[in-house]
Each structure stands twice: as C-alpha cells, then as structure tokens.
Design a protein around this ligand. Structure first.
Ligand SMILES: Cc1cc2nc3c(=O)[nH]c(=O)nc-3n(C[C@H](O)[C@H](O)[C@H](O)COP(=O)(O)OP(=O)(O)OC[C@H]3O[C@@H](n4cnc5c(N)ncnc54)[C@H](O)[C@@H]3O)c2cc1C
Length: 267
C-alpha cells in the first residue's frame, strides 16, 4: 500500500516485492548494444531477409540473403517469432509460434508508484496483466489475452484498451485521469512449455537455435547472448552444446529435443 498508494486492497491475498529489480528502455539498450557491437567489428545488414539455406547432409553450408550467398562454420537462428520459418529453410522443425500481445503507454506524470504491479488473477477475457511507471513518468501496461491470439497481425485492436484499462482501474482507480498516448502490438515467440529453445538440433549440427524467448526475451536476451557467445568461443557443438563453460544445465533443460511436456505455471 505504501509503495503503490491508492491500490484497491479488495481480494488482495498477498504479494511479492523485489526492490532490486529494475527496468530498461528497449530502444536505448538496443541502440547501446548496436553501438558496442559496431565497435567490436560486427557488420549489420538491415532489411535483408534470409530466404534460403543450403545443407550438405546434416551440416548447414551457407544461406542466401539479398541475392548473396554467405558461408560460415556455424550459424545462429535468433529470428524471434519467425524462428520456425527460418529453421524450416534447413528442414528443421522448431516449435515456436507467434503469439500476439498488445501494450500501451500513457503520458508522463510525476512518479507516484514504485513497483511493477502484476495482477495474476485471470478473468473470462484475459489472463494476468501488469503495469509500471517508468522513471520518466509514463505508465506502461500489457495484458495476456484469453484465449491466446496466434498469428502475425501487428495491427493494434480496438479491444485491447477497454479490456486492459477496465482491469487496471478496478485495481488502481487513481490511474483514471491518465491519457493514453499510444498502443502497439507485437508477438511473443511462444514455445509449448513457455521456455526458450537453445541448442543444436538433430539434422543441422552447426545451426545453433537461440529461439522461443516467449514474453521474457528482452530480460533474458543479454544474459543468454553472453552464455551462447562463451559456449561458441569455447567450442560448443552438437555433442557438447555448452563447450567448456559451466552452463551445461542451461543447454540440457532448454534442448531442442526435450519433450515440451511442462506447462507454464504463471502466465
Ligand atoms: C507487447 C509486448 C510486451 C513485451 N514485454 C516484455 C517485457 O516486459 N520483458 C521482456 O523480457 N520481454 C517482453 N516481450 C517479449 C520480447 O519482446 C521478446 O521475447 C523478444 O523480443 C524476443 O527477442 P528475439 O531476439 O528472440 O527476437 P526479436 O527481437 O523478434 O528479433 C528477431 C529478429 O530476427 C529477424 N528475422 C526474422 N526472420 C528473419 C529472416 N528470415 N532473415 C533475417 N532476419 C530475420 C527479425 O526481423 C528480427 O529483427 C514483450 C513482447 C511484446 C509483443
């Protein structure tokens, strides 16, 4: 109540608060990663789609993009919600499905709440929803539609704002005077068990999959990127995906060949 003054305590059974958590702007952090990568000598080819992959037996030899062919000893699939399409060019079946989610942002106002609030109660039209106030004052919010909406349609819908704002105002009435600046829609790269898929698949021994980040890819991406870079540098391969790093458990639990029988407990 102290951290989120004005929140409606009705039905509140308890909660957790994680004071060391933080947030970051995807725009600013992506720009920073881009600049650091450029300094390290990475080449970027924007607006260039991979539209073909050539294999010899179980090894990827090259890919085609923008009318050119690129060869390498190792390839990484990090194609987000399109990862299954990219893998299929190498005849690899990866269960990553585009799952539509919408978000919104309000005008900036003076800071009045500290934590990100996640209400895990589902109702008939939605699963959980969450909102937080950025250091710059805007409230950012998102809801999990129920049932999930599969597909690649990036157009915002007229249903999102009434649905999400109704639930937010029931929980936190003092948000009612905020003006919404914009909403947008994107896709979670979903897997059947809600966990990423990381490793070398059968049938393409040098095609590392770093896919299926679901709704946590911005948070997990930098850490997973570091682990994968270390595993590649230390000789990770089909037989020993982790290479000489201590991260074997990551690769075991997230392997392409796992059974996918677990279910996400908190959606
Ligand atoms: C509304 C919304 C809210 C979210 N909120 C959060 C959050 O609060 N925290 C969090 O951690 N995550 C959040 N996510 C999830 C997060 O955005 C994703 O998990 C993350 O972006 C996935 O990262 P990625 O690098 O795997 O894929 P992406 O960021 O999607 O990158 C994949 C890239 O591959 C490119 N590509 C695809 N196919 C090809 C091809 N054939 N050739 C060349 N390039 C190709 C694409 O153009 C794209 O640039 C949210 C997502 C949405 C939609």
């Amino acid at each position: 109540m102290e951290l989120a003054p004005g929140i409606n305590p009705e039905g509140l059974l308890g909660g957790t608060y994680s004071p060391d958590d933080g947030f970051a702007s995807p725009l600013m952090s992506s720009t920073a990663f881009h600049q650091l990568a450029m300094k390290a000598g990475v080449d970027f080819f924007f607006n260039t789609r991979i539209d073909g992959i050539s294999k010899a037996k179980d090894v990827v030899e090259s890919f085609q993009a923008g009318g050119e062919t690129w060869s390498a000893g190792l390839f990484v699939n990090a194609a987000g919600a399109e990862a299954a399409d990219l893998a299929s060019l190498a005849n690899i079946d990866i269960p990553v499905f585009p799952d539509c989610h919408e978000a919104g942002v309000t005008e900036p106002v003076q800071r009045f709440m500290q934590p990100m609030i996640v209400d895990i109660r589902p109702d008939s039209e939605s699963g959980n929803y969450y909102f937080y106030q950025a250091g710059t004052g805007q409230v950012i919010f998102c809801i999990t539609p129920r049932p999930q909406i599969w597909g690649r349609d990036k157009d915002s819908t007229s249903a999102f704002l009434p649905l999400c704002s109704r639930r937010m105002l029931e929980l936190y009435p003092r948000l009612r005077n905020l003006k919404v600046r914009r909403t947008w829609r994107g896709m979670y790269p979903m897997t059947p068990d809600g966990l990423p898929i990381v490793g070398y698949p059968e049938g393409a021994a040098n095609f590392l999959q770093a896919v299926g980040m679901c709704g946590q890819g911005f948070m997990m991406g930098p850490g997973l990127g570091k682990i994968l870079a270390e595993s590649i540098v230390s000789g990770g391969n089909f037989e020993h995906p982790a290479g000489a790093t201590p991260y074997g458990f990551v690769f075991d639990e997230l392997a392409c060949s796992r059974g996918f029988e677990h279910v996400e407990l908190l959606k």
